[in-house]
Design a protein around this ligand. Structure first.
Ligand code: NAP
Ligand code: ZN
Ligand code: ZN
Length: 350
């Protein structure tokens, strides 16, 4: 076992605190990574504060990891000490089910091993995430960071990037597409950047009135206040794809009305029951669809990173010391983030 140091949530109503713990011994196919940066995803907050009711404490959150390879096992061929690498939401999967064979490890029928709040499928040890100084990961789940990308800005690509890239890719977004993004936070701002780089006409649907200038800078061609029925009515029948990043229960019917013929609303934010029933007429008429999307596969994540390397796309980040993590969570709850907090892991030494 290797001793690691990080920050953990120990109970639902307590601030995160420093935590010394054991990482599993590196196996022959493993990469040992010194963590430099870790993005702060809204999922970290959901799990640290037990929004889903299933958190087992202590939990070390963090699945937007950028680091430098410290050491590799004898069977590792793609990485060497000193390489800059990324780790996202998953660190393992069964590797033999149909989704795994298709490269959709995130939908592994035996469930993937998640980067944190999960259990190693070989030795049963708990997984701990990126709010820490180092991590041990199977080579298959380690991503190459394209040279030239700012490492702090690249960290959020590992979750927010691929989670929005995957549905844009799945629904063939390109220069003839009209795309809407609901919610301008971590996922939303990556969706704007990626959809724009793919050539789409991009609209932000936001409930916040103060985000227009940033949204245009991030890639939006149009910004609409979703709480204004008049502005929403003007969008009737417009979008081919809507990426809905809202983290909490909300009424999707007003968004359905803005879909074009055969348009699709893709839920990526909220995963619980919708409190307002979906009007079936809004789906049946116009051959519209409601879909969903969960992270993205490993090959797809590398494809997204390479695309970002080519187009020089990174996240807009606010770099924070780890000691400010609870303040960052409070700001996330107020939609006050520009547009991803990233922890500078140097701060662990303070
Ligand atoms: P975030 O940075 O907090 O951004 C969420 C944005 O949604 C906010 O900035 C706000 O944008 C809007 N919003 C927030 N609360 C809202 C509410 N009650 N009603 C309407 N709009 C609201 O969060 P994130 O990190 O992007 O994550 C978004 C969600 O995606 C989280 O639930 C997270 O767990 C989930 N997630 C899913 C996957 C997946 O694989 N599917 C992966 C990562 C994260 P405006 O102010 O512009 O309206
Ligand atoms: Zn995430
Ligand atoms: Zn599988």
């Amino acid at each position: 076992m290797t001793e690691a140091f990080g920050f953990a949530a120990f109970a639902v109503n307590e601030e995160l605190q420093s935590f010394t713990f054991e990482r599993r011994e590196a196996r022959t196919g493993d990469v040992v990574i010194d963590i430099l940066y870790c993005g702060v995803c809204h999922t970290d907050l959901h799990i640290a504060r037990n929004h889903g009711g299933y958190t087992t404490y202590p939990v070390v959150p963090g699945h937007e990891i950028i680091g430098r390879v410290r050491q590799v096992g004898a069977e590792v061929s793609r990485f060497a000490p000193g390489d800059m690498v990324g780790v996202g939401c998953m660190v393992d999967s069964c590797q033999h089910c149909q989704p795994c064979l298709k490269g959709w490890e995130q939908d592994c029928v035996e469930r993937p091993t998640f980067t944190y709040a999960s259990t190693d499928r070989h030795d049963g040890t708990p997984t701990f995430g990126g709010y820490s100084d180092m991590i041990v990961v199977s080579e298959k789940f380690v991503l190459s960071l394209p040279s030239g990308l700012d490492p702090a800005g690249a960290a959020p690509l590992l979750c927010a990037g691929v989670t929005t890239w995957s549905p844009l890719h799945r629904w063939n977004v390109g220069k003839d597409s009209k795309v809407a993004v609901v919610g301008l936070g971590g996922l939303g701002h990556m969706a704007l950047k990626l959809a724009k780089a793919l050539g789409a006409d991009v609209t932000l649907l936001t409930r916040s009135s103060g985000k227009n200038e940033d949204a245009f800078r991030l890639g939006a061609d149009h910004v609409v206040l979703s709480s204004d029925p008049e502005q929403m009515a003007e969008l009737a029948g417009r979008f081919d794809v809507i990426i809905d990043t809202v983290p909490y229960d909300h009424d999707v019917n007003p968004y359905m009305a803005t879909l074009a013929l055969e348009g699709v609303l893709v839920l990526v934010g909220y995963m619980g029951p919708l409190g307002t029933p979906v009007n079936a007429g809004g789906v049946v008429q116009g051959r519209r669809a409601i879909s969903g999307s969960f992270i993205g596969g490993i090959a797809e994540t590398q494809q997204m990173l390479d695309f970002c390397g080519k187009h020089n796309i990174v996240s807009d980040v606010e770099l924070i010391p780890i000691q400010k993590i609870d303040a960052a969570y409070e700001r996330l709850l107020k939609s006050d983030v520009k547009y991803r907090f990233v922890i500078d892991m140097n701060s662990l030494n303070f």
